[in-house]
Design a protein around this ligand. Structure first.
Ligand SMILES: Nc1ncnc2c1ncn2[C@@H]1O[C@H](COP(=O)(O)OP(=O)(O)OP(=O)(O)O)[C@@H](O)[C@H]1O
Length: 235
């Protein structure tokens, strides 16, 4: 696809000499959300980390908005438009919420004020240190921090993991707004498919480091037998 925002061609990557991902080819158009699914240990995090520049790429190409990212360091990828929310959240715990945002903010649509409007809980906790936040608030801050980078592509690695149901609802609502109303492209990794398929346009399933299925999210949602075969869950 000539006008794809993200183009991945025949990617292989892993850790040191170990190859985890093989032959991954995928495109994502501007403004679309991709649900990246797969059983435990199939390479979802490795793919996200590879896009963010945190693994060893063994072959293939990653192109974002016409810029080849493959050999670029993580900070250059952030400048090129990758907003990464890693599984471990990685907020600066010794800084306040506000300092976490201002430390990384880049000019653009997403200012700290706009982010606070989206996450009223963070606005209330502006002066609190990272250590004083609940798990859900830390996750919101991790998403907020990626947003103020004003990325072209947001990478969310299991953003709902370990959170209370009420926080899950709140985060899903915000992620939906960011991706659907504001048109930011995103890749969301999740173990539990239904919630993420409901807010995604496209879906891709990994198995043993390979891409084994791509579909429209709304179609895959209605195919419990396919979900069961690919993920071992029908819900
Ligand atoms: N730092 C690392 N060094 C070496 N191997 C790793 C490392 N991280 C992950 N792996 C291996 O890479 C493979 C894919 O792991 P990955 O975390 O990408 O899977 P995943 O689909 O995200 O799983 P999960 O849902 O459990 O997080 C696994 O076999 C794992 O053991």
């Amino acid at each position: 696809m000539a006008d794809a925002l993200l183009q991945i061609d025949d990617l292989s990557a892993g850790y040191g000499e170990a190859v985890v991902l093989t032959g991954i080819s995928l495109t994502l158009a501007e403004g679309r959300t991709l649900a990246l699914l797969g059983r435990n240990g199939t390479g979802k995090t490795t793919l996200i980390n590879t896009l963010a520049g945190a693994t060893r790429q063994h072959g293939g190409r990653i192109v974002l908005g016409g810029v080849e990212l493959s050999r670029q360091a993580s900070h250059r990828r952030a400048a090129a438009g990758i907003g990464w929310v890693p599984q471990e959240r990685n907020i600066f715990k010794s800084l306040t919420v506000h300092e976490n945002l201002t430390a990384v903010a880049r000019p653009g649509h997403w200012t700290p004020e706009r982010v606070y409007a989206m996450f009223p809980r963070l606005a209330e906790r502006k002066g609190n240190l990272g250590t004083q936040l609940s798990g859900g608030e830390q996750q919101m801050l991790a998403v907020a921090r990626a947003l103020v980078l004003n990325p072209r592509l947001l990478l969310l690695d299991e953003p709902l993991e370990g959170l209370a149901p009420i926080i899950v609802e709140e985060l899903l609502r915000v992620i939906r707004r960011i991706t659907q109303d504001d048109g930011l492209a995103a890749i969301i990794v999740e173990q539990h498919p239904q919630a993420v398929l409901a807010i995604s346009d496209d879906a891709a399933v990994l198995d043993q480091g390979r891409l084994v299925h791509t579909a429209r999210a709304d179609v895959l949602r209605t195919q419990p037998e396919v979900l069961d075969r690919l993920l071992g869950v029908a819900r």
